[in-house]
Design a protein around this ligand. Structure first.
Ligand SMILES: NC(=O)c1ccc[n+]([C@@H]2O[C@H](COP(=O)([O-])OP(=O)(O)OC[C@H]3O[C@@H](n4cnc5c(N)ncnc54)[C@H](O)[C@@H]3O)[C@@H](O)[C@H]2O)c1
Length: 337
């Protein structure tokens, strides 16, 4: 069995590639990635020589290369993570989000259709549903209308609609998953949790948007990997599945939790001008996925503790990343703090 994973050098795709290579030695796992600023292969040093792992460097929007690769390799399944994924970057540079997330997805769909893949799993986000107010009894279900608010979520919603259209029009077997915010090992340091850990460890100010009251529903990345594996094998053709673990926290709570575990002072917190169009709250109802047999195995309190430990033990990975282009990005986004 040949399984193509796109974006397998990034955070979630990278965890998924490792999960699949280790769990299914009988399957060939291909990792296709362009290695943008968000992708790196050092995270795969434990699997890079495994016989059932292969890396292909390519741009999902490069039609000729992608069509040829699919014709040659005849993949059975595609699990599509590759994307521009950072909301802040989509506000300053929306175009690349359309190029990769919309046009790139369309190229993959054409290639998957041409060789009749058994299933195309499209990994999307709860951000396509827009946001919720602070009423704790309201959740996103799969029937919540799409109402994306940022260029990032608009590009993801557009790609979701293309996947749906290829299923309806051409009969392409597919599932779409929409998950909440992930956390765990190999999370790129521009995102809230690893950014806070790396700044606090260096006794640097931690920028928090607005008053820090925005709520996110946190999901451990390995629970997400298990969910996608389940959807790949058992998801009903054409269905959408929400993935979330009922772990709602405000951004300020997250930052304070990390500061407390690292034994530092809350004086490091610095409130900064809010993100444009900042969504208030995301919260997932995962009932449909639970009916397939999925349950999260991490609770947030132990999951975040283990994640902080992981960052302490794996400085070799992230210290290298924050020393390069990332530094320029941070200064552009938050100023020189
Ligand atoms: N991180 C989250 O909390 C979260 C939540 C919900 C959904 N998602 C979705 O999950 C997927 C993975 O997210 P992530 O956080 O791992 O992203 P990431 O930014 O860490 O990784 C994205 C990967 O895609 C690769 N890539 C980018 N453009 C490419 C192109 N044109 N061709 C080939 N590869 C390309 C990058 O090199 C990188 O390795 C995305 O589709 C994202 O929308 C993420």
């Amino acid at each position: 069995m040949k399984i193509l994973v796109t974006g397998g050098a990034g955070f979630i795709g990278g965890n998924f590639v490792q999960y699949m290579v280790n769990k299914y030695p009988e399957h060939m796992i291909y990792n296709l990635d362009l290695l943008t600023y968000a992708g790196d292969l050092t995270k795969h040093r434990d699997i890079e020589h495994d016989e059932n792992y292969r890396f292909v460097k390519a741009d999902i929007a490069d039609r000729a290369t992608i069509m040829e690769l699919f014709e040659t390799e005849q993949f059975d399944y595609v699990v599509h993570f590759a994307a521009e994924s950072h909301v802040d970057r989509s506000i300053t540079e929306p175009e690349i989000f359309i190029q990769t997330n919309v046009l790139g997805t369309q190229v993959l769909l054409d290639a998957a259709k041409a060789i009749n893949v058994k299933k195309f799993v499209h990994v999307s986000t709860d951000e396509v549903y827009g946001d919720l107010d602070f009423d704790p009894t309201t959740f996103f279900t799969e029937d919540t209308p799409l109402a994306p608010n940022s260029p990032y979520s608009a590009s993801k919603a557009s790609s979701d609609l293309l996947v749906r259209a290829y299923h309806e029009t051409y009969g392409l077997p597919m599932n779409i998953t929409r998950c909440s915010n992930n956390y765990g090992p190999f999370h790129f340091p521009e995102k809230l949790i690893p950014l806070t850990i790396s700044r606090v460890l260096a006794d640097q100010k931690v920028p928090v948007y607005g008053n820090g009251a925005n709520v996110r529903d946190w999901l451990h990345v390995l629970d997400h990997c298990a969910a996608i594996d389940l959807v790949l094998h058992k998801g009903e053709n054409g269905e959408v599945y929400n993935v979330g673990g009922h772990n709602e926290r405000t951004n300020l709570e997250i930052v304070k939790t990390i500061i407390a575990q690292l034994g530092k002072s809350e004086d490091l917190i610095e409130f900064v001008t809010d993100r444009l169009g900042h969504d208030l709250r995301y919260a997932i109802d995962p009932t449909k996925l639970e009916a397939l047999g999925w349950q999260p195995t991490y609770n947030f309190d132990t999951g975040i503790e283990q994640t902080i430990e992981w960052y302490l033990e794996n400085k070799w990975w992230w210290e290298n990343i924050i020393s390069g282009e990332y530094q320029q990005y941070f200064e552009k986004q938050y100023g020189n703090r």
